[in-house]
Design a protein around this ligand. Sequence first.
Ligand code: NOJ
Length: 574
Amino acid sequence: MCFIAIVIDARYENVNVKSDWWETALFYQIYPRSFVDSDGDGIGDINGIISRLDYLKELGVDATWLSPIFKSPMYDFGYDISDYYTIQPEYGSLEDFEQLIKKANELNIKIILDIVPNHTSNESEWFLKSSNKEEYYNNWYIWENAHIDNYGRRKPPNNWVSVFRKSAWSYMPSRDQYYLHQFSESEPDLNYRNPVVAEEMKNIIKYWLEKGVAGIRLGSINYLYETDKDVFGGHFPDEPLTGKSGLGPDDYDYLDHMYTKDQEETYDIVSQFREVFDSITLRDNFTRVMMTVANTGIKNAVRYYGDSIHSGVHIPVNNALINEITKESDARDIKYVIDRWLSYKPLGKHANWVTGNHDTSRVASRFRPELVDAFNMLVLLLPGIAFTYMGEEIGMVNGFVPWVETKDPLACNTDDPVNFIEVSRDPVRTPFQWSNGKNAGFSTADKTWLPVADGYESLNLATQRSTVRSHYQVYRTLTNLRKRHAFRLGRYESLALNNEVFAFKRWYNDDTYIIVMNVGKSYQVVNLTAFDLIFGQLEVEVSSVLSSRTYSENVLANFLDLSADEALVLRMQI
Ligand code: NOJ
């Protein structure tokens, strides 16, 4: 007779808590242009992504969201969409995309698309027809007559400034009118006061959900509406000045955007979009997730979770760690920014955390390379949903893209070959560093669309995979850890143990963890017994790459010395 020993591991023990797939998911952002180039043209593509799905699986991600893959003249690298129903040919075909969904399904990786509802490309057929006043499309965009000044000169209708600097209005001779573009000139804003536009956007969402995507991200959502000009006698009013020093009329922050952002109507259109997601979710019994991005104040931001009137979205992306934590921030600032989201978020809704994306300087460059593991610990072990921008798992740094090779319209709009570097987003979009081979293993082309970042010979996935201590190894251990109940379902408490050391506790029943990180530049000693029920010894589960501690080593709760940048995940001994 043989006996089978069944060992029940309390850390994963089955509990009767139902959670939907997205509620604690890890979403990995792919910037398709820079991930993998399968056909040697120097530009990443869908087949490239397919070829690395097994890597995503190994990394432990649940879903991947792709920056826009739709037809686009690529002035803003896909965020200027000219046809929402067609895949950009240099990325592949619809068949390639269907293949991606199929292969991803086989690996149980969900695919999320990024659709831009605020504006189209100026090369979109809709815009061309609207420019020619074709009746059906006449009111699809925000068209305004010129302001004629005292000398009879034609001027933009008002003082509105685009996020990308300079007037938010561009003149279109065919209509003898200006169109509004809150971002680049190549991105005319759609007119959501025209119900036909809203209906078309719903059709687009439905089309891609029916293709089998697990969700859609809708960016710049709080720019969808401008104020109702009828309230102002048929003219859009000037925006008031912020009075911030050192800025001129071409700078976005020169104005207070009270008429061009966060308008009340936004929450209603969001609910209407949500209905499309819900109807398909209900039919298929599989949640199609709606994500939105709104860079705005906390009270507006959490309204996207919904309220008694509006249904809201599943995931209002929380950009606080990106927008508010800087090189100068200390442990208290980190605690404050995290607590604020948790405090304002409605009870029962799910938090989410993100430290990087295609618009933001990389963690290793924004802070220091030594803090990469600490920030990955934050994102992956705080309660709720986690987002990782591709390359953050290996601690990629910003590349250097000189002015002559600069592609980002935001940088080009500065007209400044010296200071463009402060705003350029090209450095965070350089190719993924797979290996120390040609073009870091990204492409076989002689020239890639953006240059590969310096230092890829040592900073690359292949090297980190074969090294015992690397950001990649830390990241993988963390994605495994996050499957435990303490992280998926557990409670949360945090402390700034002093100005430099931030720590948080996650626990579920008697499985308890302390994540502690010294974000300062000097050696620190802290006492973890400041947390309730933390005493005696704790065991190291994960340590940052440069830490002298290793797995399963014990540390004392009441006397923990931490070197600069050291970050640890500790488990309470029972
Ligand atoms: C938001 C996107 O994240 C950014 O990359 C883009 O430039 C703007 N929208 C304008 O489309």
